[in-house]
Design a protein around this ligand. Sequence first.
Ligand code: ADP
Length: 472
Amino acid sequence: MSLQTKWQDLYQAALDKSFSALETIPGVILGFHSTIDGLKRVVPEQIEKILAANPALEEEVSSRLDTLPTEIRTPADLLVGLASSLQRGKALQLMITEEAVYRWVMDNLGYDQIRMGGTSGNMANFLAPLPLPRILVYANPLTKEQAELFADSENLFVINQDGELQHPHRAWSGEGIYAIHWIFEYPKGLRLKIGGEVLESPRANRFIAAWNPVNNKLQIQASFQQHLPKVLPDFSHFVVSGFHILSENYPDGTTWLDYLRPVARFLRETKNEHSHLRFHYEFASIASPAIRRGIIDHILPTVDSLGLNEVELCAILRDRGEDELAQEVESRTSLLPVLRALERLADSTGLRRIQLHDLGYYLTLVDADYASGEKTRDAMLFAATLAASRSAIGRVGTPDEIREGLNVPTASQLFPLMAELARELHEDKFMETGIAAKNGRRIVLVPTKIVAKPVLTVGLGDLISSSSFILG
Ligand code: ADP
């Protein structure tokens, strides 16, 4: 039997098991960030016209092309961030900290389309079609516009003003858009002229500029904190994300640390008082090294599990001065440096589970007493099928539509890299099982399915991480 066939059999079996396993999961909580996304395709002519009409702006952007702002205080910061992301084909997210820039973007660039945004809001809508009994999502402020973006699914809840679980469509109060995250998407090969230079995107990706004065300080609503303990016995999993919206400094003189500490305390206390809950933190592209380090120091000790992509892993490595290892990870010629990086992260943080997702594979390190290798792998295979079907049709569909994800080819280019890892780990069966044991942990690698012409990839990482955490 070929390796392809063997893995296809594993994929098939994992999917069958996963649908029924999802029904037995008590409930999932998603915090702390739901918002509204404004989708905008990058149109070079539009930006070039703005620059032509404003030579001072063009000169400033042009002179700062090889730099990267940590947040957006001026239109130039926004365009420098966009240019940097486009030029490198790398995803990037920055906060807009001035209302004037929010208005400038609205007036000069606008958006093509509005849809659900924020990691928690998105995860809620991705997970709602799955046979999960209950999903509780944090959304503040839950205005009518925000509430309407939630899926019309019976397993979806917020905590309403009376402290009860209620579907967002019925629990909203007030109207208006108080926050918007612009997603500037660009295709591969897009050429943008700035000053005398023509930038060209080496691959399709996106630049996110977020205006979110309400959630920017990540303050968890007092009523949510007050009522949550009452409903916690009905829940088993807590997925935490959205910390990329913190700013380093605020106009009132406070800093990110003033807001990260209370969230960490809230998580720690919730975990201590409700030991049945398992916590996952989903990393995101965070421009500030200080905030990245803060999350490692304050948040990771409060959770069981971490999800991240290869870019985020390299940022963490560089923050720790491990530039050489980051470079090896980036070279993509071997998975040994990736494994080494994840092992160091697990050793230094004490995390019980870390899952990395990259195009073509997911790699998870899990403590042997947290979950079995098979359970971890099957959850990852389910996530990969889900990601494939979602990339292909642009949404998480019915069980039959998800099953179609099985027909997407598995990345066979991964097998040589997997073979190298098998030799390193002295695990004969690794190529067929994807599971190895080392230092009291299971190391689980799955080759994933790659959709050649994806319809939608934004938020795929969140879907992959949350679904494999919940099932695994
Ligand atoms: P986001 O930040 O949007 O959630 P990430 O960059 O963290 O996304 O993760 C995107 C992941 O989606 C990749 O690591 C890869 O595993 C998966 N992915 C991307 N493109 C495809 C594709 N065409 N087919 C299948 N999976 C894909």
